[in-house]
Write a protein that binds this ligand. Structure first.
Ligand code: ZN
Length: 456
């Protein structure tokens, strides 16, 4: 593993992109072959999973699919380093003084609650962090544009993260390893758990040039800016971890009059794609393979919504992620994006895990996606943050954060009638819609989830 400096990795990616799609595909294939060979030789899990396969893999589709549940169940066998065990990493995670420290002296540890609720423990080696940092630096550079380049070296960045535990952001900060965030300029940490008014007041004081945080929090801050309580002038806004709907994306642009740089990525797959100004994600990484597939893991055509996505992360050798079912539903753009970027473009349409099941009156099952519910709120601009929880098979509890100046009862009636219309169109008139008195609540790790199905 040589040539892992930020600059050489950035230069490598740049030259590869210049060389064109065929060169990128060739490089990706050789990286895949190298990782598959390493996994077969050093991970008992992959050795067993791939035992009937030919020695040389020509097409990634030859590899069986895996997922978080399977990998967590065989944690010790999955790792390529025989010193890594579930018991050791559990013990490591239980001691608060270890936050940000490398596990076994070599690996960064991050835990995820994930939208499916099952806990994931992921180890990242030095190569993974180096590639993520190189991607992050080019990402911020292109988001700022040449005109604002000096800002990157002098400006204040506000990082709004969950300050606690071993989330990816926190473990990087505590270790001084900034991961995908470049080591330049000044940075200040703000806890996502702060009451909104307090966060607004601290940001007013700090006046960041770059604002970096969970997408849902950025949307709340955009509302605060529009309401005149937040007064900041960032040049670049970077929403992380969750996707923004089109409406939210344009709200953030309007509120801050800033460049908004979005990306698609996760703890498991790293940073796989970069958003353009038309709010499409362009595959940019030569280190990640993204396959949109149907429920039987067969490829879906461009222009067709996928059931899920299989990702292969070609950077991480300690816990190889190969054809891993990540649970996102995406749509590949069939034509060329008007922004001019020739790399394939897609939109993230929601998590397949977020499907609500209801019993119909005739006993059949009816499914509603979280997106169908969350998009209802798009037509009610007074809502700053909605949250719908399915508390039993026929009850939806609705928590709303409504703009203070709006008439709360009127907003509620609007929401109630929207949800009832959706339910009626699915023949689910018997499903109750409850108005909650409590505000939306954060999940572990500080994220707000708009829709929470039963048993999640
Ligand atoms: Zn584009």
């Amino acid at each position: 593993m040589k040539n892992d400096s930020n600059l050489s990795l950035m230069l490598g990616s740049y030259l590869l992109r210049k060389a064109g799609p065929t060169a990128i595909a060739r490089k990706r294939q050789s990286r895949l072959n190298e990782l598959v060979a390493f996994a077969r030789a050093n991970s008992p899990y992959y050795k067993d999973l791939y035992k009937g396969l030919p020695e040389h893999i020509e097409d990634i589709k030859q590899l069986p699919v895996t997922n978080k549940k399977k990998l967590m169940a065989q944690f010790d066998e999955w790792a390529t380093d025989r010193d890594v065990t579930y018991e050791k990493v559990q013990k490591f995670l239980d001691a608060p003084e270890n936050i940000g420290q490398p596990f076994l002296g070599n690996y960064r540890v991050a835990t995820t609650s994930g939208s499916t609720g099952s806990r994931g423990i992921f180890l990242m080696d030095a190569k993974t962090d180096a590639v993520a940092k190189a991607f992050g630096t080019s990402f911020i550079l292109s988001g700022l544009g040449l005109r604002h380049l000096p800002v990157m070296f002098s400006a204040r960045t506000a990082l709004i993260i969950a300050t606690g535990g071993h989330t990816a952001g926190n473990s990087r900060l505590k270790s001084g390893n900034t991961g995908d965030k470049p080591n330049v300029g000044k940075r200040q940490l703000f806890s996502v758990h702060l009451p909104l008014a307090e966060l607004v007041s601290q940001l007013n004081q700090y006046q960041p040039a770059m604002l970096h945080g969970y997408a849902s929090t950025i949307v709340l801050l955009a509302n605060e800016q529009e309401a005149g309580r937040l007064h900041i002038n960032p040049i670049l806004v970077l929403p992380t971890s969750e996707g923004l709907t089109d409406r939210e994306y344009y709200t953030v642009i309007r509120a801050f009059r800033a460049n908004v740089a979005t990306f698609y990525g996760s703890t498991e797959c790293g940073l796989a794609a970069q958003g353009c100004r038309y709010h499409w994600q362009h595959l940019t990484s030569d280190w990640v393979i993204v396959e949109p597939v149907d429920a039987d893991f067969q490829p879906v055509a461009s222009g067709v919504q996928s059931h899920t996505v299989l990702v292969s992360n070609l950077t991480n050798y300690v816990q190889p992620i190969l054809r891993y079912d990540i649970g996102d539903s995406i749509l590949m753009r069939p034509d060329r994006c008007p922004c001019g970027n020739p790399m394939p473009a897609f939109q993230v349409l929601g998590r397949v895990a977020d499907i609500l099941n209801f019993p119909a009156q005739d006993g059949t099952a009816v499914k509603i996606t979280s997106l169908q519910l969350s998009t209802l709120f798009d037509s009610v601009p007074e809502i700053q943050l909605p949250q719908v929880i399915q508390t039993d098979s026929t009850t939806l509890r609705v928590r709303l954060l409504i703009a203070k100046e709006a008439n709360q009862d009127q907003v509620w009636q609007k929401v109630q009638s929207e949800i009832n219309n959706l339910l009626r169109s699915h023949k689910l008139e018997h499903v109750q819609v409850e108005r909650a008195t409590e505000p939306p609540e954060q999940a572990m790790g500080g994220k707000y989830r708009e829709v929470i199905p039963l048993n999640r």
